[in-house]
Design a protein around this ligand. Structure first.
Ligand code: AMP
Length: 118
């Protein structure tokens, strides 16, 4: 079972914000902003690339509700999905990072990793 599936089952504790039957939102253990929330489906889906559109259709309003619940709907936020190796995905269970609580800078490319054939 992956680490986020264990958070869903409660085998690993989390600082939960909200949940419903299908989705869960909790605070990132290593926050990169004053507010750094992870939003996941309870169902194990490996990454964004393999996410069925019908999951996203239901996940979108859940994400919007989380933003409202923590007040980021008023101040703004950034949603990030790291997908696969170049995307920097470390946990292979779909998750949206919701970052806010400060003005965010745009990140940079890792040096010397540009794929010239893409
Ligand atoms: P990613 O690199 O997009 O796969 O992001 C994985 C995120 O999961 C990182 O921001 C980690 O800090 C976070 N993370 C890993 N383990 C936990 C945990 N047990 N509770 C909360 N966040 C976690």
């Amino acid at each position: 079972m992956c680490i986020f599936c264990k958070i869903v089952t409660g085998d690993i504790p989390s600082n939960k914000i909200d949940e419903n039957d299908e989705f869960l939102a909790f605070h990132d253990i290593n926050p990169k902003a004053p507010v750094h929330i992870l939003i996941i489906p309870k169902q194990h889906i490996e990454n964004f690339q393999s996410t069925p559109p019908e999951v996203m259709a239901k996940m979108t309003p859940f994400i919007q509700e989380i933003a409202k619940k923590v007040g980021l709907d008023q101040t703004g936020y950034r949603l990030i999905v790291n997908n696969g190796e170049d995307g920097g995905q470390e946990v292979m269970h779909l998750h949206f990072h919701m970052l806010g609580g400060a003005k965010l800078k745009w990140p940079h490319l890792a040096p010397d990793t540009v794929k010239k054939n893409i």
